[in-house]
Design a protein around this ligand. Sequence first.
Ligand SMILES: Cc1ncc(C[n+]2csc(CCOP(=O)(O)OP(=O)(O)O)c2C)c(N)n1
Ligand SMILES: [Mg+2]
Length: 297
Amino acid sequence: MQYKMPFNYLINPGHSACAGCGEILAMRHVLQIAGRNTIIANATGCSEVTTSRFPMSSFKVPWIHANFENAQAVASGISAALRQKGMEDQVNVIAWGGDGATFDIGLGLISGSWERQENILYVCFDNEAYMNTGIQASGATPEGANTTTTPPGKKSTGDDNLKKDMPAIALAHHCVYVATATVGNIIDLQEKVKKALSMKGPKYLQILVTCVPGWYTDSKDTIKVARLAQQTGIYPIIEYVNGELTGAAKCPRPKPPIEEYLKLQGRYKHLFKSDEGKKVVAALQRIAEENVRKYGL
Ligand SMILES: Cc1ncc(C[n+]2csc(CCOP(=O)(O)OP(=O)(O)O)c2C)c(N)n1
Ligand SMILES: [Mg+2]
């Protein structure tokens, strides 16, 4: 039986994402801007398993399951087929996936496609860990975060690796458009999707998406936490067109201290309980200050 839905989203409700999931919110807005003439190749992760449980799908556009590592390679094939049919300018090709799929597992195939300068928008939903499989640390996990593979304890303050600078990796591949956004500013996110899709060539958009169970946040704080990531300077919101910095979201004055961001998230709770932990808080504050200096925030 078909129900008549009272809304017109290209991702229907009825998916199984958590209440307060930042990722599903970002996906919905990317797709609303991209519109119906879009084909999506989706890397395995929460974005996929919450929306496409057989035999159902939340998507109202052509959507293809890819493996964890090869969404961009699937998109390469779609893009080549469209070129062959002379339809390249009529259809948006988007590959998307989580930070694990992007920063780590799929990076080789993303790199090859970028090298070939293919006309694809790659969107990374960055929730800073492998959430779908139970909160394992990825290359996007920030220093100090508690994940199931970086648990804090007597000799550990959580993850002790620095977050990879993925936008810099995209820039090194001469992507025509490279930007970051958060679910804390949907208008900015939408404008970036619009701009990216107006350009021909490889595009990279990285969206910070709050994860309620993985960050141990309250569902009601999803937007607030994402905004604080930008406002504290820890997650710089930047935009590059043809390699030139064209946008950088300014921090408010006075800038909120990093503690305001960290204290809303259980994944950083242990940092406030030991001297070693407080050193990590200070290190994160220094990273935020360095971002402010580097991008003029
Ligand atoms: C080659 C391979 N390794 C591991 C997995 C198991 N796996 C599926 S999704 C996933 C985690 C996804 O993390 P991320 O890309 O960050 O997306 P999120 O779920 O956090 O949105 C893992 C480890 C897999 N499907 N294929
Ligand atoms: Mg993830």
